[in-house]
Design a protein around this ligand. Structure first.
Ligand code: CP
Length: 300
C-alpha cells in the first residue's frame, strides 16, 4: 500500500517475497545475538482481544530492543466513556513511534489506513489476518528445511475462522509451497478445496493443526469433541503415518486432546514451542523495520 508510514504491516499480501525474506533474515540476526539500542523509541501495544503469545512476545521484543512501551487497557481507558476505536488509536498515534493492534473485527485497520502518522503493526484481526504469526511460521519452516519451494503442508481444523490459515495459505502458495486444507464442512471456506487428512498425512512435510475458535462461533461444531478428535485431530495413529522428516506445527493456544493428542504437543516432531520462541525474534525484526526504516545508514 502506498502513502503509509514506512514499516506498516497490516497484511502480508502488501509485502513482496524479497521484503518477507529480509524480515526473516533480520530475525535470524537477532536470534544470533544482534543487538540494537532503540531506547529513544516508544511503542504502544493496543490489545482489544485476549492474547498470550502475540502480546507478550511483542513486549519481550520491545524490551530486548530497548524500546519504551505503553500498554493499553480498554477497561481503564476513555472508551468506557464512549470514545471510539478510531479516536483511541489516533490519540495514541500522537504519543508513540509505532502501534501494535489486535482486534476481534476483520480488517479493523481499514478505517485507520492513511489517517495515523506512525507505523501500524497488525497483531491479528478477527478471522482475517495474522501477519507476524505467518512470519514466525515461515521462519520455523525455513530453519527446518532451508527452503519453501516444493514443500507440502496440510493445515487442519477451523479454517474459516482462522486468520493464521488465511494468511499462511496466501503467503505459502506465493513462496511455492503446496498447501492442502482439511476441515469439517462447517469450518470450510467456500473458495477452497479440501482433502481427507488420512489420505494426505503420509505425503506432507508439515502438519499444521488449528485450534477450534469457540469464542468466534457458538455451537457450530456439528459433532462431539471426541468425534472431532477421531476424524480431524492428530491422533497417535495418524502420527505414525507421518514421514520421518515431517514436523508438527500449531499457532497455539492448543486445545490439548482435541486437535492434537496431549502427548504429541511436546513430541520429537513438534515445533510448537519453537514457533513461540521464533515469534519473539520475528517481532523484534518487524519492530526494528518499523522503527528504523528510512533512517540514514540503515539497510531498510
Ligand atoms: N498464536 C497466537 O496468536 O496466540 P495468542 O492468541 O496467545 O497471541
Amino acid at each position: 500500500m502506498d502513502n503509509l508510514p514506512k514499516g506498516t504491516l497490516v497484511n502480508l499480501k502488501d509485502l513482496s517475497i524479497e521484503e518477507i525474506i529480509e524480515i526473516l533474515d533480520t530475525a535470524e540476526e537477532f536470534l544470533a545475538g544482534k543487538r540494537v539500542d532503540l531506547s529513544d523509541k516508544l511503542v504502544a501495544n493496543l490489545f482489544f482481544e485476549p492474547s498470550t503469545r502475540t502480546r507478550y512476545s511483542f513486549e519481550a521484543a520491545e524490551s530486548r530492543l530497548g524500546c519504551q512501551v505503553l500498554s493499553f487497557a480498554k477497561e481503564a481507558s476513555s472508551m468506557l466513556k464512549g470514545e471510539s476505536f478510531y479516536d483511541t488509536v489516533k490519540t495514541f498515534s500522537q504519543y508513540v513511534d509505532a502501534i501494535i493492534i489486535r482486534h476481534s473485527e476483520d480488517n479493523y485497520y481499514e478505517e485507520l489506513i492513511g489517517k495515523i502518522p506512525v507505523p501500524l503493526i497488525n497483531g491479528g484481526d478477527g478471522c482475517g489476518n495474522h501477519p507476524t504469526q505467518s512470519l514466525l511460521d515461515l521462519l520455523t519452516i525455513r530453519q527446518e528445511f532451508g527452503k519453501f519451494e516444493g514443500l507440502k503442508i496440510v493445515i487442519v481444523g477451523d479454517i474459516s475462522h482462522s486468520r493464521v490459515a488465511h494468511t499462511n495459505t496466501e503467503v505459502m502458495r506465493r513462496l511455492g509451497m503446496e498447501v492442502f486444507l482439511s476441515a469439517p464442512p462447517e469450518f470450510q471456506d467456500d473458495e477452497e478445496d479440501y482433502v481427507d487428512l488420512d489420505e494426505i498425512i503420509g505425503e506432507v512435510d508439515i502438519v499444521m493443526l488449528l485450534r477450534i475458535q469457540f469464542e468466534r462461533h457458538q455451537d457450530k461444531l456439528n459433532m462431539s469433541m471426541e468425534e472431532y478428535h477421531r476424524r480431524y485431530g492428530l491422533t497417535l495413529e495418524r502420527y505414525e503415518k507421518m514421514q520421518d522428516h515431517a514436523i508438527i506445527m500449531h499457532p497455539a493456544p492448543v486445545n490439548r486432546g482435541l486437535e492434537i493428542d496431549d502427548s504429541l504437543v511436546e513430541c520429537e516432531k513438534s515445533r510448537i514451542f519453537k514457533q513461540m520462541k521464533n515469534g519473539m525474534y520475528i517481532r523484534m525484526a518487524v519492530l526494528y523495520r518499523a522503527l528504523t526504516k528510512g533512517d540514514e545508514n540503515d539497510s531498510y
